[in-house]
Design a protein around this ligand. Sequence first.
Ligand code: HEM
Length: 436
Amino acid sequence: MTPAPYTYLQRIDHEPEKTKLQLVRQIMADDPLGFFKELRANRPILVLQECTLVALYEDVVEMLSMPAIFTVALYAPKMANSYLMMHDDDALHYREKSIMQGLLNRDDMPLVRKMVTKTAASILAKAGGKIDAVDEYCRLIPATIVRDYFGLIGMHRKDLMEWSYWAQVDTFYNQPFDIATPEERKQIEDSHVASGKKLGEYIAALTLTKAVAVKFEFLTAPLRKLWNFIARKEDRLPDDIVSRMMRTRFPSEVDFDLQRAGVNAGGLLIGTIETTAQASVQTIQYLLQHPDIFEKAKNAAGVPDPAQFDAIVWEALRFVPISPYMFRQTSREYTIAQGTGRETTIPALTNVLALTQSAMFDDRAFEAPDEFRAGRNWYHYFTFGFGAHECLGKYVGMVMIPEIVRQMVLQPGLTAKGDIVYGGHMPTSYPLTWLS
Ligand code: HEM
């Protein structure tokens, strides 16, 4: 039911300061779209003690376009080894992001999609018509891509899944504006530290092993080339992203040595699994909960060109994004939406939530925003972020998520045995059955 105008804001305004954030978070969890609609209409910039919420498309874009003012300072305590994501508009961020964008060659994407198709089909064939879609499917597939395409070999995929999980939970959902007891926060932080330690040890061993393997490749290259020439075989080495990193030599002035390569390899793992899993499982549920859209998705899934199907997935993720906001901290005082009736001066060191889901329902950029319309202008979506911190893995995600969903949708008689079960913000289980 749509709330009467001001209902939520009246409740928030009357709530004691001490529990106001808790109420806002509860409303945001229960009815994000209704709440955001009210904010856009009546209080597009909502100032709370702990954070400021920004609801309009234009203001979200303004914020996310100025990384040195709306910074990712809140990421820093959660990230080790000066990872690029905790840097704003500086040399390290610019350099390492562009190196990694080049290594994750967009021309690989058809191949990555095929890898996903094959992995998904094999998991589903073995499952025999019954699966927990979170662990056994939506997490396992990106973990397989992390192993086979990124080259993070030699570990159980369950370990990769766990390391990604704790890093994501602590970094994105254990912030001052998240509601949690001190005990819960400590448990998340301890788990992140423990898994980060294991990840660090693993990455050190992996990069060393791969570096030695590449040296060996280099030393034996003439023999290998000769052998392949005689055998009339193409001279191709086994390829993955970590191997590419090891094979690429940068002069010292570029500052991208073995240690930096290792840090970035770890970043690939952390960024990939939990995000892809959450986006995929929430999309599957959204489709199953909307039989008319599911029917269209099923028809589109059978067509060889995936564009039509993928457009349905991107539109579904507008309704069920992995998070309704991105957060920033101001480095200095800044007046947002200057010259408008809503202009607000935000003091330095304020935490600000860019309500990206709200922006995706703002009719400034989305015609008839409440309607499900596949095929909207892609550039208005915030699914992979916006601006300097736009997702590094965007193009990998753009083939993984729809293909994971597509393979599931293709199963005859697909049925959910209940809703997704969440543990905190993350999905933990979603049992599905089909006719096998
Ligand atoms: C596929 C593998 C993925 C990798 C390797 C990856 C990695 C990253 C990295 C390194 C960043 C930070 C970029 C920067 O600070 O400049 C980032 C940002 C982001 N990623 Fe991904 N990601 C992946 C998948 C996804 C998926 C599937 C989603 C959502 C469905 C997603 C959503 C985002 C968002 C929203 C941001 C922006 C965060 C912000 O602005 O604060 N990512 N990603």
